[in-house]
Ligand binder design. Sequence first.
Ligand SMILES: Cc1cc2nc3c(=O)[nH]c(=O)nc-3n(C[C@H](O)[C@H](O)[C@H](O)COP(=O)(O)OP(=O)(O)OC[C@H]3O[C@@H](n4cnc5c(N)ncnc54)[C@H](O)[C@@H]3O)c2cc1C
Length: 352
Amino acid sequence: MNFDPDPAIAAFRSEVRDFLREQLPADMARRTLRGYHALKSDMVAWTRILHARGWSAPHWPVAHDGPGWSPLQRHLFEEECAVAGAPPTCAAAFSLVAPVIYSFGTEAQKRRHLPPILRGDTFWGQGFSEPGAGSDLASLRTRAERDGDHYIVNGQKSWTTEGHYADWLFVLVRTDPQAKPQRGISFLLIDARSSGITVRPIISIDDAHSLNEVFFDDVRVPVENRVGEEGQGWSFGKLLLDNERAFSAEVPRNKRMLARLKAIAGAQGLIGDPVFAQRIAEVEVELAALEWLTLRALAEHGSAAATAWPAGSVLHVLGSELQQKTGALLVEVLGERGVVAYPEHHDCTAGQ
Ligand SMILES: Cc1cc2nc3c(=O)[nH]c(=O)nc-3n(C[C@H](O)[C@H](O)[C@H](O)COP(=O)(O)OP(=O)(O)OC[C@H]3O[C@@H](n4cnc5c(N)ncnc54)[C@H](O)[C@@H]3O)c2cc1C
């Protein structure tokens, strides 16, 4: 890693800050900074604003209309967006399925799916986990049986984030029940409006709706929607999960949470309490360490690419643990006000 100050990087940071100051709508930022689950309308509107500037897919290669940024530029961009309160874009689309499509998809799949993702026109959901197939994903049972030039899909997926918003789902299905578990799996792109798909909400402990169960009942999927060969789905799934973990250290989100914690603790005079101040300092030190680890990993590895990145798993666990710690401190400083709900944000309306 190079620790010298870099004027080009400083200029990039101020370009991003100027853009955010001019383009990020204040109401959107307020909702994000208050910790709401993002509304689809905010995510789409923000994606369109980013797209107009050519920045909706920071980590895509230039060949697919990404901005061609270095890993450090991407990191700074995400940090500035998080601190300013920009809502997320659809991670399942931009970070998960798109790298699989541009690395392994057919030309027709690339033409059909990449431009609408870039513009924010399509939302995607990830259909991997099932009841009984979470950590042990290779035991998944959703079946896809060949019927001419279609597959007939039957089964159930679970924990599908933003599945109620999704226009498309990328789904791991079992195409060969006789093969070794990992070999009998294929990767399908499924139109979420297909007949036979039912999406049911899972309401989480914070009374929010972002998770879903998705049921497939004789859903017909054209064979041309399979990525790669039949039975190759496991390798695409593993690559995609590596990328998912690699982008899940959540340094920017952790920074946003820490800033909020300090602001609330300051307003309540708690920051002057040496015991509480020490607990905040511990989180801050851990966050600094996580950031340097992440920057080191980015310098060594690069980005979402067609190669595995084991360090991503470690960063993912560290980032999640830190969010839990900061979240617990936030609940503590908020006291009884921490149990106030915002019913206007309890959005269970499919497709809104
Ligand atoms: C917020 C959220 C969003 C999600 N979004 C999606 C999504 O969009 N799409 C999707 O497909 N999935 C999604 N998931 C599912 C997620 O990928 C699974 O939760 C994960 O794979 C773990 O599976 P599980 O929850 O069934 O836990 P389990 O696999 O049942 O594990 C439960 C516990 O047992 C432990 N354990 C399991 N196996 C072993 C073992 N062999 N040895 C020791 N310990 C073990 C685990 O570490 C864990 O602590 C989401 C989950 C969450 C929490």
